[in-house]
Write a protein that binds this ligand. Structure first.
Ligand code: SF4
Length: 361
């Protein structure tokens, strides 16, 4: 039996085990890793794939992350904020399709006008989407960055029960390298802790292939997810956006390597964290046309179909080559359902699909 095969038989994994798994290059060993991740996924979560309809409701951001296409210093972006009525319309469409959940994502703003807008939108979605099929309304995930405890509590009381806040890099130095000095790892980590204390199901994630990032960093990212006790993970390959300071890394960015390492990260995260929800992110599809299907095959179980109104999508480009910006929500749904079925999985209808139950009225 190979060293890799014997590691794959373990229930608990050391840092060295994780690094060995992430180092695999041979196709037959990668397939062994993939198939074990799929087995663990089926054992802990079954074959269902959960849809979270994604509404990127605003690209206005007060932060300036060095890698991000909608950072505040990018003057080439036309900024927008979708009206509450349009957001609720998207939510109703989502509920009608049986998606079960919606994700409201935007740039980061801490001003009261914005946070009140989000609270109001969450409350309105809950009210509009309660039905016999969905007695608790749509499950709502928020992804609107770092906020105060009070604001997180307001969002929760309004009806949101999941929160995504990506750490992007769990190594403090690497975190500082990719963010301006007014952002800190400690503050991000503290937000994750507060969200958990309030009662949210918490999601985080990292980018894979950042300049200066090693396999050791990635192994530590997985251990960070475990220690933080998160319920959801979203990871994507680093893809350079031309209108950012990180465009200087374009020539040295190896997209195919980042893609493969992302798949390995999904698989190893599945083995280590077992029953968490892991997204097959759109960024995978930006590199390979069947990237999201591959993500599912390596252990992911969540997909986020685009339901942002088409007229806004081109202005929400966090990275280059983002797919699905010209398809309407109907086409996006049909295409994703086909993709999910093509890898032998089924789409869960009218189900929140959480790792553990959270009662929300
Ligand atoms: S990554 Fe998020 S917080 Fe950072 S600039 Fe982009 S939208 Fe703003």
């Amino acid at each position: 039996m190979s060293i890799i095969s014997s590691i794959l038989q373990k229930e608990e994994f050391s840092r060295e085990d994780i690094i060995s798994l992430l180092s695999i290059e041979e196709p037959e060993l990668i397939e062994e890793l993939r198939s074990e991740a799929e087995r663990v996924l089926y054992r802990y979560r079954g074959p269902n794939v959960y849809f979270r309809g994604l509404v990127e409701f605003s690209n206005i951001c007060s932060s300036d992350c060095y890698y991000c296409g909608i950072r505040k210093s990018n003057s080439q972006v036309e900024r927008y904020l979708i009206s509450k009525e349009e957001i609720v319309e998207c939510a109703l469409w989502c509920a009608k399709q049986g998606y079960g959940s919606i994700v409201l994502q935007s740039g980061e703003r801490q001003d009261k006008k914005f946070t009140d807008f989000v609270t109001d939108a969450v409350r309105s979605i809950k009210k509009a989407t309660r039905s016999e099929r969905l007695p608790q309304g749509l499950g709502i995930t928020l992804c609107v960055g770092e906020q105060s405890r009070e604001v997180y509590q307001d969002f929760f009381d309004a009806g949101a029960h999941r929160y995504l806040l990506r750490i992007e890099a769990s190594d403090k130095e690497l975190f500082s390298f990719i963010h301006p000095s007014n952002q800190s790892f400690d503050s991000r980590e503290s937000c994750l802790r507060i969200l958990k204390e309030i009662g949210y199901l918490v999601g985080t994630g990292v980018m894979i292939g950042l300049p200066g990032q090693s396999l050791e960093h990635l192994a530590d990212d997985i251990l960070f997810f475990k220690k933080a006790g998160v319920d959801m993970i979203g990871m994507g390959p680093f893809i350079v956006h031309e209108q950012t300071p990180f465009s200087t890394y374009k020539d040295e960015t190896r997209l195919e390597t980042n893609f493969l390492n992302t798949l390995k990260m999904i698989a190893v995260t599945r083995l280590v964290l077992k029953d968490v929800n892991i997204a097959a992110t759109t960024a995978l599809q930006a590199i390979q046309h069947d990237g999201r299907e591959q993500g599912l095959k390596f252990g992911a179980n969540v997909v986020m179909p685009q339901i942002t109104p088409e007229k806004f999508r081109k202005q929400y480009l966090l990275y280059a080559g983002k797919p699905c910006i010209d398809e309407n929500a109907e086409l996006c749904k049909a295409c994703l359902t086909r993709r999910i079925q093509s890898v032998g999985r089924s789409v869960a209808i009218d189900i929140w699909g959480d790792r553990r139950p959270v009662q929300k009225g």
